[in-house]
Design a protein around this ligand. Structure first.
Ligand code: UT7
Length: 322
């Protein structure tokens, strides 16, 4: 059986930087509140004529270049996104056309902030089974489009961006384990309560934005993420000293710190981009991964633990050797 190995990474952030200071001019909030409660200093916002597939395309091209591969090599495209350009076709199909990738399966995955972990789970299974040899996996979001910009409890937390990986069949590891979880009974704690099927309902008016019970989500996120770290280490017969880098979903620095502490990992071994990116949902893990590859922190043969938590609830981990 082949291993699924990351051959290259890429990412993209829109040019527009939105600072806490700027937000505090139009909202009843302060830089100090946002910084101290979340760890976020600024986030990127896509231009009006820039869409999720545009962000995905930039990140994908950079990942392909980094891997030394071309569109012709790709035989599977998976895009994790909560903010697709269109109802259909999927963003993965739109991306396939942009890249002029040859006939290959292309589909989106929707698991909100755990989307990239879900996508890597699927991609690794395609590769391990022999159904694909070279997959392009992307996490891309224009989350700013599903925020109520007058709701200070949510809009200050999120941002836009994309990250991508080229994952290939290899004789050496590779993704060592993936563990996914979901519990739909918590849907009401973090949601956009309106979708395609419900949009015409009278109840739906004005509700096409993210709603979150922040402190409850916080509590469940720390619990879920701590459990998946333990689960991944036990499954691989490893302990925290075997992990070179933890790359958590970037939602709140206090969640990241609490999870690292419970796992016995020092913050020096945790990649944090939240301060500059905000929460970019499915894009946050590949964005952080690519940043740490490009600045030289992540090196070949290191063990990396990815963990995600999002609406659903959905959560999970990926443990890999780079
Ligand atoms: O990515 C998916 C997963 N998402 C998450 O994991 C997010 C999890 N939750 C969180 O990150 C945190 O709960 C928040 C950052 C959202 C909030 O932090 P908190 O320490 O849990 O604050 P809180 O919700 O308990 O609110 C405390 C106070 C409230 O005022 P009162 O009721 O105590 O008077 C809020 O109205 O802070 C107020 N508040 C704000 N004040 C200034 C809420 N948002 C703001 C704001 N500026 N932007």
């Amino acid at each position: 059986m082949a291993f699924a190995r990351i051959m290259g990474t890429g990412s993209y952030l829109p040019d527009r930087v939105l600072t806490n200071e700027e937000l505090s001019q139009s909202l009843d909030t302060t830089d100090d509140w946002i910084r101290s409660r979340s760890g976020i200093l600024e986030r990127r916002i896509a231009a009006d004529d820039e869409f999720t597939c545009d962000l995905a395309e930039h990140a994908a091209r950079r990942a392909l270049e980094n891997a030394g591969r071309s569109s012709a090599d790709i035989d599977l495209i998976v895009v994790a996104t909560t903010t697709p350009d269109q109802v259909f076709p999927s963003t993965a199909c739109l991306l396939q056309a942009r890249l002029q990738a040859k006939d290959c399966p292309a589909f989106d995955i929707q698991a909100v902030c755990a989307g990239f972990v879900y996508a890597l789970d699927v991609v690794s299974k395609y590769i391990e089974s022999g159904a694909a040899k070279c997959a392009l996996v992307v996490g891309a979001e224009t989350f700013s489009r599903i925020l109520d910009w007058s709701d200070r409890s949510t809009c200050v937390l999120f941002g836009d961006g994309a990250g991508a990986m080229v994952v290939e069949a290899s004789e050496t590891p590779g993704i060592r384990s993936t563990h996914l979880h979901a519990d739909g009974t918590y849907a009401h704690l973090l949601q956009v309560p309106v979708g395609v099927s419900t949009a015409h309902s009278a109840l739906a008016q004005g509700k096409a934005y993210t709603e979150m019970h922040g402190s409850e989500v916080f509590r469940w996120a720390v619990k879920g993420l701590s459990e998946v770290v333990k689960e991944a280490l036990e499954h691989n017969n490893m302990d925290q000293s075997d992990i070179d880098w933890l790359i958590p979903h970037q939602a709140n620095v206090r969640i990241i710190t609490a999870t690292a502490k419970r796992a016995g990992l020092s913050m020096e071994r945790v990649v944090v981009t939240l301060d500059r990116h905000g929460n970019t949902s499915a894009a946050s893990i590949p964005l952080a991964f690519d940043e740490a590859v490009r600045d030289g922190r992540i090196q070949r043969d290191q063990n990396i633990l990815l963990e995600g938590f999002g609406g659903g609830f959905t959560w999970g981990s990926v443990l890999l050797t780079f």
